[in-house]
Design a binder for this molecule. Structure first.
Ligand SMILES: Nc1ncnc2c1ncn2[C@@H]1O[C@H](COP(=O)(O)OP(=O)(O)OP(=O)(O)O)[C@@H](O)[C@H]1O
Ligand SMILES: Cc1cn([C@H]2C[C@H](O)[C@@H](COP(=O)(O)O)O2)c(=O)[nH]c1=O
Length: 221
């Protein structure tokens, strides 16, 4: 099974592009599954969602705050990914050709590095990076990571699907750092199995670029 992860800043179009790619590959005859991270339908995902809205000033009505420190939420975010590995194995065993993910491990590096640095200035980027690598040691590596690149200003201004912005979505400085961490990520850790597309193009144009990259790693149907 080939795993393709779509990555990018908040509201860069990952969901839109996941849907377009899934539909096209299915129409070609591939057996396709899709998922996303965080998995808000799981216990870990629900804690993360509550944490993201706590201190955001946009807590949705009826949602209980959940406030833990940055290192603790990072562990929960890694657990959220580890918990899906069994499902990945099941998909593989069932003959799935391709799994398309809206965010995956790239997000944990791109957001986790600056967010943990901001929370604890004594930490060095190298220390945070090796810590995150150890947390993700046993999760499957994507076969292709596609970064949908978007300027932070545009990310903040786009209308989201979950209502008001969460604590990361309106933090311009954080998003600026996240964007450069994504560049580092695709040029180092997943170099050779990554691509970048321009998120400011119309959705259909971005889809053409993403489809071309996906076909490079997929065997013929
Ligand atoms: N190419 C595009 N140009 C302009 N707007 C777009 C484009 N693609 C998506 N959008 C709009 O941006 C918003 C976010 O899109 P989408 O939900 O696909 O992004 P996302 O990266 O999955 O978001 P999130 O990070 O919040 O999960 C939506 O309002 C969508 O209509
Ligand atoms: C997977 C993952 C995500 N994040 C951050 C990135 C976003 O700001 C939110 C998720 O928002 P979305 O609207 O559901 O895309 O969480 C992170 O910090 N670490 C991760 O591993």
């Amino acid at each position: 099974m080939t795993i393709i992860a779509l990555e990018g800043l908040d509201k860069s179009g990952k969901h839109t592009q996941t849907e377009l790619l899934v539909e096209r590959l299915r129409a070609e005859g591939y057996k396709v599954e899709q998922s996303e991270f965080h998995r808000y339908d799981t216990p870990t995902g629900q804690l993360i969602q509550r944490w993201l809205y706590t201190r955001s000033g946009n807590m949705p009505e009826g949602m209980e705050p959940y406030d833990v420190d940055q290192k603790t939420i990072e562990l929960i975010m890694a657990a959220d990914k580890q918990a899906q590995q069994k499902w990945f194995e099941e998909l593989d065993a069932a003959g799935t050709d391709v799994l398309i993910l809206d965010r995956y491990v790239g997000s944990q590096y791109a957001y986790g590095l600056p967010a943990n640095k901001a929370a604890d200035q004594n930490l060095k980027y190298g220390e945070i990076h090796s810590w995150l690598q150890s947390l993700l040691r046993f999760v499957r590596t994507p076969d292709l990571t596609i970064l949908i690149d978007l300027p932070p200003k545009e990310s903040i201004n786009r209308k989201g699907k979950h209502g008001g912005n969460d604590r990361y979505e309106s933090d311009f400085n954080l998003l600026t750092d996240v964007r450069s961490m994504y560049y580092d990520h695709i040029n180092t850790l997943v170099r050779g199995s990554s691509a970048m597309v321009m998120g400011q193009l119309p959705a259909e144009e971005i889809h053409k670029d993403i489809y071309k990259e996906a076909k490079r790693v997929l065997p013929p149907v």
